[in-house]
Ligand binder design. Structure first.
Ligand SMILES: [Zn+2]
Length: 468
């Protein structure tokens, strides 16, 4: 891409340079395949005149450059449609119907969420486009397809976003990721290597007369408080801007923020050394998109068992199953009745008992499983599965080896009950208690094989031997 002023002399010089380049290297330039794009107040007459010197057809923006739409004005939402299309067209190529939900989670987090990263690192993506990009990700995770309806999603998409560090699935919130990636580019502008681009931006926009009123700076301005003339710490301290008596008019939240700013500024003493721009709370100038993402991400709603969901070595599909159970979204008959899918909430095997998670996992004919398990010190499970889930996060610290083993056993029991229930409902296979116990031991032994070598699994194996 070549950028020059719309003047006859400039265009003629460019044509000469290109012809000389062509003669010197023997490479032919296909002028008819290139385009001439007038930008700003160039008249149509002048544009066609200049284009004729080069022998290029006249075109207009937006155009695709390096795979992204390039424009001199705000891009319409349709120009970014290709991002959601890129995600959804990837899905039919996978044999998704054969994948369990855990593997679909991996593909969603590792592949689909990463596809728009390049575009997101340079363009602020509008909300409408972000939600279009979420649709195929959601469909892939919940339905193994590129399209799904809201009824196919067991848990609200906002919960899916929550971070692994607060126990959840770790699917990226694209809107927040977009902000972090652009912040990284802007951070590089101030602290990174000196380059013609950074010099040009600093000279044109951040020099002695910053032209930050240019519309191009509207999207990043919200992310760049230091573009505001009063926002440098030195200027703020010197001008005494924070001393303006606004306190009585501030809301309670604003008063807290003001107090925080006062506390931060009181610790600063100005020196003559150059400014440092940093994002973390320390003076380091290192920028990591991940750490900024984590600090900006709210932890959202936290439900019991948050620490134990992801510490065990059960397959991913089991952990996702447990995560759904913790959110009380397991598709039992009672829940299906509530959303209008089945006429009655009652258990087909126990008349007049609604088949909710408590009945299914604790009170159903499969519950003898718990009586075999509980002598090993399981929490008291009488009526409600939420009591069991609460007990998981109490008592022992979650990282204690004994607590972890307990979680693994409880998870294996819940999973076995779920699998036995599926066999009962879908295959009319009524398993006896010894058969279910054998299934439980099989699952646990399989999980032990999958465990990393640093994990001590001897207690679990002993337990399996004792009950089989
Ligand atoms: Zn029942």
């Amino acid at each position: 891409m070549l950028i020059l002023r719309a003047e006859h002399s400039q265009v003629r010089h460019l044509r000469e340079f290109l012809d000389l380049f062509s003669q010197a290297t023997g490479l032919r330039i296909n002028f008819h395949k290139s385009t001439f794009v007038p930008v700003g107040g160039v008249t149509a007459e002048l544009a066609s005149d200049l284009a004729s010197i080069l022998g290029c057809p006249v075109s207009s923006l937006p155009q695709t450059y390096l795979g992204l739409p390039l424009s001199d004005h705000k891009l319409p939402a349709a120009a970014l449609e290709f991002l959601s299309f890129k995600i959804s067209k990837r899905i039919p190529g996978w044999r998704t119907s054969l994948l369990p939900i855990g593997e679909r989670l991996t593909l969603t987090t590792a592949v689909l969420s990463a596809l728009p990263s390049f575009a997101m690192s340079v363009l602020p993506i509008p909300k409408g486009t972000l939600s279009k990009m979420d649709r195929p990700r959601r469909a892939m995770f919940w339905k193994a397809k590129d399209k799904c309806s809201s009824g196919d999603c067991q848990v609200a998409w906002d919960y899916v976003f929550q971070l692994r560090s607060v126990s959840e699935l770790g699917v990226i919130d694209l809107g927040l990721q977009n902000k972090c990636l652009i912040l990284k580019a802007l951070h590089g502008l101030f602290t990174g290597r000196d380059s013609p681009w950074t010099r040009w931006v600093k000279h044109s926009y951040l020099g002695t007369h910053p032209q930050v009123a240019t519309p191009a700076w509207n999207p990043p301005r919200g992310l760049l408080p230091f573009l505001h003339p009063l926002a440098t710490v030195a200027d703020t301290l010197r001008s005494g801007a924070v001393e303006v008596p606004l306190v009585h008019r501030n809301s309670a939240a604003a008063a807290v923020e003001m107090e925080f700013i006062h506390a931060c500024l009181s610790r600063i003493s100005l020196t003559s050394s150059p400014d440092i721009h940093f994002v973390s709370l320390g003076p380091s100038t290192d920028f990591s998109t991940g750490s900024v993402y984590r600090s900006l991400h709210s932890s959202g709603c936290i439900v019991p068992g948050k620490d134990v969901n992801w510490v065990c070595f059960a397959p991913r599909k089991v952990r996702v199953f447990f995560w759904i159970l913790r959110l009380h979204k397991t598709r039992t008959r009672a829940l299906l009745h509530r959303i209008g899918c089945v006429p009655s909430p009652d258990c087909p095997f126990c008349p007049n008992r609604p088949k909710d998670t408590s009945h299914l996992f604790v009170g159903s004919p499969l519950c003898p499983l718990w009586s075999v398990v509980s002598p090993s010190g399981l929490p008291h499970v009488d009526a409600d599965v939420s009591v069991l889930l609460d007990a998981l996060s109490e008592d022992l610290p979650p990282m204690h080896p004994e607590a972890r083993n307990r979680v693994r056993v409880i998870l294996a029991v819940l999973w076995t009950v779920w699998k036995s229930r599926n066999r009962m409902v879908f295959d009319a296979d009524f398993m006896s208690t010894p058969c279910i116990l054998a299934l439980l031991v099989d699952h646990l032994r399989l999980w032990v094989v999958r465990a990393p070598s640093r994990v001590d699994t001897s207690a679990l194996l002993t337990w399996c031997q004792a009950i089989s």
